[in-house]
Design a protein around this ligand. Sequence first.
Ligand SMILES: *Cc1c(COP(=O)(O)O)cnc(C)c1O
Length: 453
Amino acid sequence: MNANTDNANAAWIQRDLERLWHPCTQMQDHEWLPLVPIRRGRGMWLEDFSGNRYLDCISSWWVNLFGHCHPHINNAIKQQLDELEHVILAGFSHAPATCVAEQLVEITPDGLDRVFLADNGSSAVEVALKMSFQYWKNLGQSRTRFVTLSNSYHGETLGALAVGDVGLYREIYSPLLLQPMVAPSPDCYDRNPDEDWETHSRRQFAAMAELLQENADDICAVIVEPLVQCAGGMRMYHPIYLQLLREICDELSIHLIADEIAVGFGRTGTMFACQQADISPDFMCLSKGLTGGYLPLSAVMTSETIYQAFYAEYTSMKGFLHSHSYTGNPLACTAALATMEVFSQSDVLGRNRRIAELIMSQISDLADHPHVGEIRQTGMITAIELVADKASKSPYPWQERRGLRVYQHGLKNSVLLRPLGNVIYFMPPYIISDDEISLMVKTAREGIELAVK
Ligand SMILES: *Cc1c(COP(=O)(O)O)cnc(C)c1O
């Protein structure tokens, strides 16, 4: 890198920091932690204005599935752009929205036959919560409570934030938020040393069952992230929990909301995580990978039964009068259709299984490291939990920001990793090559050594 091209980055950084307020960032950090201005993306790689390249091992915040500037998705969007960029979806319709709805019904679990479109993940969660509440109201029942799992994450608008349980995001705003009932997570990191995943997740279900039985008449819905609590540190659990939860929700007439915003579209090894438990939720929220990581779009899938509870004469006020300006944007829907076409063009899930095995085979020995508490994997998500003390699994104090050292080491070595506190994780686009896996794992291992020094 010569001085000239280095200046290209510097100029953009300066202009950016003069005006932009970045997401999830203490802006003062950028006095010493360089912002990275990206000029272009191709496949697994991002390139900055000075010509440095970065292997995108986090799928650009878990959204990208088939790499940057995928030719098929690019072409589809270009064609749609010359037909129709956007139109109101109330009273009007367009082919991409209709086709997306048809396709989603086709590929999601049985019984999810109705599709409500929105434009980001948090909005999808808001929609599911409001629909569930109003469903019971339309039936003449006044239920007001929601049940969530400890350490869960469902987005950051006030309603979605309320049903989450990650202190970092929630605590400051808690005086503003509705209060969910919180059941202990089935997260298997906390299992007893002699327990397997299934036994632990089953055991954790007892508290959920009790909570639901005691409050059934007041509960609209239970909301969960199926199999992996991603923002909560890539914590994972056994599908048996979802099966048991589905059974008890049926028994007590409580809705089950599956937030598959992060885990949907092949992340956990199956197209949707719920399929590993062989269940259908009453609401399924989708976003992130839905458009292959191209454009903001989200969908709430639900049943004909729930749809019918809103279907009545206008003056009954039973309609779902919720909207977002960019609901079902045609370009975003086109990106989603093209993404689903890429899935149908090859055995993506089969290839992912091989990739996941390769990643694990290269990192699994690190489980013996004195500062690694656990290495866990569900499909295309692999996580390494750093600990201050291995025996007690006590974490490093968050103030030490150990994970940040791994991030910095990654950037110096052309690899974008973005740990969640003490949890280093891999969540790459599905097109990652064997050589790129080796680079990703090698760089993470070096970063971890530096971080625990
Ligand atoms: C990212 C995420 C959301 C929020 O989606 P946004 O598009 O960022 O609002 C909700 N739930 C889960 C599980 C997520 O990972």
